[in-house]
Design a protein around this ligand. Structure first.
Ligand SMILES: *[C@@H]1O[C@H](CO)[C@@H](O)[C@H](O)[C@H]1NC(C)=O
Ligand SMILES: *[C@@H]1O[C@H](CO)[C@@H](O)[C@H](O)[C@H]1NC(C)=O
Ligand SMILES: *[C@@H]1O[C@H](CO)[C@@H](O)[C@H](O)[C@H]1NC(C)=O
Ligand SMILES: *[C@@H]1O[C@H](CO)[C@@H](O)[C@H](O)[C@H]1NC(C)=O
Ligand SMILES: *[C@@H]1O[C@H](CO)[C@@H](O)[C@H](O)[C@H]1NC(C)=O
Ligand SMILES: *[C@@H]1O[C@H](CO)[C@@H](O)[C@H](O)[C@H]1NC(C)=O
Ligand SMILES: *[C@@H]1O[C@H](CO)[C@@H](O)[C@H](O)[C@H]1NC(C)=O
Length: 498
């Protein structure tokens, strides 16, 4: 009874655990390799029962439900590899418990199910299967459209500008695009007869001048590998034309003026034509390539709108400039001179920073110096104009003391003057119903206007005035104020608006 029960338990254990199985054929779960590479197909036999004898080892491939022999090992007959595997298959260590083989120079057709079979006596055949997967590296290529890409105004049609292919991959690669140019992709996949897959991705966009010379990169991800192919877009477009050379300072008798036509076109503009918007070109001009030379000195006859028309293979476009002639040289605006000097610094920025720092320090010294000079000039002038102030002109106590607080703009006056018989200094924040005036920028204009004014020659207020003068030495708009003070009145602006 007891032994029978023990035997049953043993049987149960044997069924559950492979350790207790009598014979086991062990293979890998799956095997894969790239075309041309070698793979190892492992196969071992575990035999717990010394009464079971292995008679032969066989590798087969399952094709279409039937089995095709590849290689056989027999203890006394030796190794036999069958065609077409003769040159590519070999036993690693031919023996009755290890049937491992090497399959070299993988081909796509090698993919499939392989069977490792041990023939035993007296129990019969034992076998296991392993799947072999063959990978094929794709061939990646990207190219621009062979057609000329032309930007046409008013044509929003998207066209194919580039094609990226990931050919004959197994598994297929994944194509994406990287670019700053807006567009869309069109992907197609086709399966080849040998089981590989060709992926084709086209990039479409609306051709534009902005897209010209923009990089377009095809990115292919395949089995953790990333391959990129960069293309440079080439878009043809009509010339974009601007006319340079008029600096707003063409005064009578100025010599050596010219206008230059700048045309950005692809392909480059080949011809340039100059004309006037109204009428014909002045007699003494000579066009040479992109430049219109004016011979002799400037006269009133040169005024007008000059048009340059540039032509390339795509079309023609024009740019224009309106030239007016002044009697005498214009004082060049300070902004132009500073911007040109900035450009000079920019050009040499790669050299070193000391130049910039030097310029900054120099500028600071200059500002300080001019501040001192202005202060001295003001002081002098105040002394000389004492008599004038004494007669009629008055200084508001707080008039200019605050930098950035400018007198109300003249255009506001008509809206406010009529209703206010008081003629208080107008301010946008002043409401007529409300007696309390709203402070603007921290300065109470109402308080300002009610503050007793003082004349410069009052001895005790002279000190106060000097303080005020000092306090507005440094605002940057001081020089502008100075210009308008040619009449000697520092407060002239404020007074105008009161
Ligand atoms: C496998 O069988 C299919 C039909 O079942 C047949 O079309 C095909 O040609 C066969 N392939 C080989 C290699 O025998
Ligand atoms: C092996 O391949 C066969 C046939 O292609 C398939 O049915 C089976 O699921 C595969 N086994 C594994 C473990 O991938
Ligand atoms: C698979 O087929 C394609 C198309 O016929 C061919 O270009 C490619 O070379 C083939 N790949 C292999 C590995 O034979
Ligand atoms: C990935 O790229 C490296 C280097 O180009 C190459 O050696 C490797 O075989 C590639 N792997 C695959 C899966 O293509
Ligand atoms: C050009 O001439 C037309 C009439 O011929 C005139 O109406 C127009 O104002 C002129 N334009 C300029 C910029 O002179
Ligand atoms: C005009 O252009 C041609 C070709 O670009 C050049 O050879 C020639 O010197 C130019 N003429 C002038 C006056 O710039
Ligand atoms: C002259 O032309 C410039 C720029 O075109 C313009 O800003 C300026 O107002 C013109 N002056 C006169 C007097 O027409």
């Amino acid at each position: 009874m007891r032994t029978g029960r023990a035997a049953r338990i043993l049987l149960l254990l044997a069924a559950l655990s492979p350790v207790f199985q009598a014979q086991t054929v062990t293979v890998d779960d799956s095997v894969s390799g790239f075309i041309g590479n070698d793979v190892i197909l492992r196969c071992t036999f575990t035999n717990n029962n010394p009464n079971i004898k292995i008679t032969q080892v066989t590798w087969q491939k399952a094709t279409n439900g039937s089995k095709q022999n590849i290689a056989i090992f027999h203890p006394s007959m030796g190794v036999s590899v069958l065609p077409p595997y003769k040159a590519r298959v070999s036993f690693k260590k031919p023996s009755l418990d290890d049937a491992t083989i090497k399959l070299s120079s993988l081909e796509l057709l090698d993919e499939g199910v392989y069977i490792c079979e041990f023939a035993t006596f007296p129990t019969g055949n034992r076998e296991s299967q392993v799947n072999l997967t063959v990978f094929a590296r794709p061939v990646i290529d990207a190219e621009l459209s062979p057609d000329t890409i032309t930007a046409r105004a008013g044509s929003p049609r998207k066209i194919v500008v580039a094609t990226c292919t990931c050919a004959n991959g197994k598994p297929p690669g994944i194509i994406t695009w990287e670019t700053n140019v807006n567009g869309e992709t069109d992907v197609k996949e086709s399966r080849n007869q040998n089981g590989t897959i060709t992926v084709t991705s086209q990039y479409l966009l609306v051709p534009s001048r902005e897209a010209h010379r923009q990089p377009l990169t095809c990115v292919v991800n395949y089995q953790m590998n990333r391959t990129t192919k960069m293309l440079m877009l080439n878009v043809q477009y009509e010339p974009e034309v601007t006319v340079e050379g008029f600096d707003g300072n063409w005064y009578l008798n100025r010599e050596d003026v010219r206008l230059t036509c700048r045309a950005d076109g692809n392909p480059p503009a080949t011809s340039y034509q100059w004309k006037m918007l109204n009428g014909s070109l002045p007699v003494n001009v000579e066009p040479q390539n992109t430049t219109l030379f004016f011979k002799g000195s400037v006269t009133h006859e040169l005024a007008g709108t000059y048009v340059c028309e540039a032509t390339n293979a795509i079309g023609k476009r024009s740019g224009l400039v309106e030239v007016n002639i002044t009697e005498s040289p214009q004082i060049p605006p300070s902004s132009t001179s500073s911007s040109s000097s900035m450009a000079g610094l920019d050009g040499s920025e790669s050299n070193n920073n000391t130049l910039v720092i030097g310029a900054a320090v120099g500028g600071a010294v200059l500002v300080l110096l001019s501040g001192v000079i202005i202060f001295i000039v003001l002081r002098k002038r105040r002394q000389t104009f004492k008599g004038d102030y004494n007669t009629k002109k008055h200084v508001f106590g707080n008039g200019y003391s605050k930098a950035g607080v400018l007198p109300p703009a003249p255009e506001h006056i008509p809206y406010q003057e009529e209703s206010d018989e008081d003629k208080k200094p107008s301010s946008m924040n002043v409401s007529y119903e409300n007696e309390r005036k709203v402070p603007r920028d921290g300065v109470d204009f109402d308080a300002d206007s009610k503050r007793p004014y003082f004349t410069v020659d009052e001895s005790d207020t002279q000190e106060e005035f000097e303080d005020q003068t000092l306090s507005f030495q440094y605002p940057p708009d001081l020089t502008e104020d100075m210009v308008s003070q040619n009449d000697g009145s520092i407060i002239s602006k404020k007074e105008w608006y009161v």
